[in-house]
Design a protein around this ligand. Sequence first.
Ligand code: FE2
Ligand code: FE2
Length: 287
Amino acid sequence: MSDAGNGFTERATRELARVAAVFAAGEAEIADTYFNWDQRDRDKEVLWLTKQAGREIESTFTGLKEIVEKVGGDLTASDQYWVDRWGGDVDRNWLEENLWRTKQELNHGNRCVNIIEWLTGEPVDIKEVVRRYNRWTPDPSLPDMKEWVRLAEVFKEQEARQEPWARLINSQGLLEGGSCGLFYAASQLSGSELNDRLSEAFTVVLDDERGHGPANIYQIADAFTQQEAVDGARGLMVERGIQRMRMRNEQFSFPIDEARIQDIAAGNISLDVTKAIWGETLAKFID
Ligand SMILES: [Fe+2]
Ligand SMILES: [Fe+2]
């Protein structure tokens, strides 16, 4: 039986928004702790940026594959004037949205790579970056990859879920990009040439990703009509959110410890930073 009505959908939306908000603040704290750490050095900067570039450029390829699959196999026709025989069926709005999102992910990756190349003076091999640091099949033989590899397992398990609401909390759902915690922390940097470059790049990433992850809150209200589904979604989000924090902590060479990660997951963190990230209209869901 549906539990909808009597403010149920509003309560469900608030409940799940709060879960996402806690993890957004957690990822911001991890990045912020790193950025203010006296152990920041060039190797650590190159590592976290390379790992980030891997996620972004892999998202680009994954987005492209999805588009090509939808547009159809006819794309490989040898005749360059094949379009009059195109047999695909694509929603034009879906196509525009996904082309745009894919272009944005490439831009995020390129901005990370630009800073890495500035730091090292060497060209970056993006094929190798994606092979190592993609979200689905990362290279487990590399040092400091344990949490990243475990997150890939969580992603694959959750992506296989068939519930209609599952896509709202999966890789393009509420917690995409950790709901922008890292991007916000990086966008606030200043005081050195590196910090200025990071701030410039991640201000762009933050503006784009606000429209990817957090904005999904609006779709949640329609998707949840039963408490059972809300509980299920919350369980998956918590599992994902904790493992995302461990991955971020590993990405930044462990600026915080596991005890603090558990503390954050239990809700012991201010949501002021999330409100700043999400903006006024979304922040009203976590007031
Ligand atoms: Fe991105
Ligand atoms: Fe994104």
